[in-house]
Write a protein that binds this ligand. Structure first.
Ligand code: PLP
Length: 392
């Protein structure tokens, strides 16, 4: 087959391989990135679907405007204090990343990304062949002093970052906004986890500090259910128009029945209590994972306690071979995501664990198996067999 050049940039062998390994029945997976299915509000969704179909009939199944359902657009606009024509409803926030890349990036354009960042974001941008410039990050998020002299786009995850769990500090948000203004760069602020806070809500978004040069991406995936595939972009009107044209070419519009169901939930006041439920649920699981890690893992394996979101990021001593560790972990019956694919440039040995979709009783056992694997690794750090993880 004579594929396009873009096709060659779409490979995601590592993720596919990991998902395969982690789905073995004997393996307890701390690797996934999916929400807990117990949190999907099934009775409310069923009732909302019924109401949507009764109220709108065939219109809930017909082609519909690219910009999205007016109730959703209004809800998003009110949340950020902007006008509705600054909102585009999308097929998940993943589509926002693709659309932004489509309308802004030419081959070789410099794109600043956090080290580490969401690997799905890199996968979405890869076909457009940007030149990634890595920006270091610490416990307070991206380090503004590490931002490049010049970039067309900054892909930023300010809240409970995937994979690190870090929150970008308020003063650093100001610095990012200033940098974007000075360098004439656009910030793509990807925020699927901001509403999953365990203590205080995160600081105001970069969008509120530099609304003229930020695309804010949000989603109903972690609040309601990812299978609905409903997310949104908020941006200056000129950019929203460009994104809407790109979206029209890509998929015409976002699944309208899904949007109509969400509109019913918004109008019946079901969103706020659901958000509360999500926070309480994940807070308990976070606590459990943190206490298991403190009991079982040696102190040289470091982590910060995430104040929200779905992930916990382990940092191993320099030189640790996390592929070898993963091989041993799989033998012990536990999976994690090695840090490597989250780094667009040089990284360090790390592992992403999720506490979101792991049943409470399995968290303790998973961590125990991981610590057994680490002890075995220390005894025999020899080269791992080729797990076919990567090869790119
Ligand atoms: C940082 C980040 N951005 C975007 C997405 C995509 O989410 P969705 O397309 O379901 O809104 C995810 C999903 O895990 C994510 O972690």
């Amino acid at each position: 087959m004579r594929f396009s050049r873009a096709r060659a940039r779409m490979r995601s062998q590592l993720i596919a391989e990991l998902l395969r390994l982690a789905s073995r029945p004997d393996v307890l997976s701390l690797a996934g990135g999916v929400p807990a299915p117990e949190l999907f509000p099934l009775p409310e969704l069923k009732a909302a679907a019924q109401r949507a179909l009764e109220r709108h009939g065939a219109a809930a199944l017909q082609y519909s405007p690219t910009e999205g359902h007016p109730v959703l657009r209004r809800w998003v606009a009110e949340g950020l204090g902007v006008s509705e024509d600054q909102v585009l409803i999308t097929s998940g926030s993943q589509q926002v990343i693709d659309l932004v890349a489509r309308v802004l990036l030419d081959e070789g354009d410099p794109v600043a990304v956090e080290l580490p960042t969401y690997m799905g974001g890199l996968l979405a941008m890869n076909p457009y062949a940007p030149r990634y410039l890595g920006v270091p990050a610490d416990a307070r998020g991206l380090v503004p002093g590490g931002l490049p002299e010049r970039a067309k786009l900054l892909y930023l995850l300010p809240n409970f970052q995937n994979p690190t769990g870090a929150v970008l500090a308020a003063d650093r948000r100001e610095a990012v906004a200033e940098w974007a203004r000075e360098r004439d760069a656009v910030v793509l602020e990807d925020d699927p986890y901001g509403h999953i806070y365990f203590e205080d809500p995160p600081p105001p978004p970069v969008f509120s500090l530099a609304p003229e040069r930020t695309v804010y991406a949000g989603t109903f995936s972690k609040l309601l259910a990812p299978g609905l595939r409903v997310g949104y972009a908020v941006a200056p009107v000129e950019l929203i128009e460009a994104l809407a044209q790109a979206k029209q070419a890509a998929d015409l519009h976002t699944n309208i029945l899904g949007q109509a169901i969400i509109a019913e939930l918004i109008e019946s006041g079901a969103i706020a209590p659901q958000a509360e439920r999500v926070r309480d649920f994940y807070r308990r699981r976070r606590d459990q994972m943190v206490s298991a890690l403190r009991r079982h893992l040696p102190p040289e394996v470091r982590f910060d306690v995430p104040a929200g979101g779905m992930f916990l990021w382990l940092r191993f001593p320099p030189g640790t071979d996390t592929r070898r560790l993963l091989e041993l972990a799989l033998e012990e019956g536990v999976a994690f995501v090695p840090g490597e694919p989250f780094f667009a440039a040089d990284g360090y040995p790390a592992a992403r664990l999720t506490f979101a979709s792991v049943p409470e009783e399995a968290i303790e056992e998973g961590v125990r198996r991981l610590s057994r694997a680490y002890v075995r690794y220390l005894e025999d750090p020899g080269a791992g067999r080729d797990l076919a993880l990567g090869g790119e």
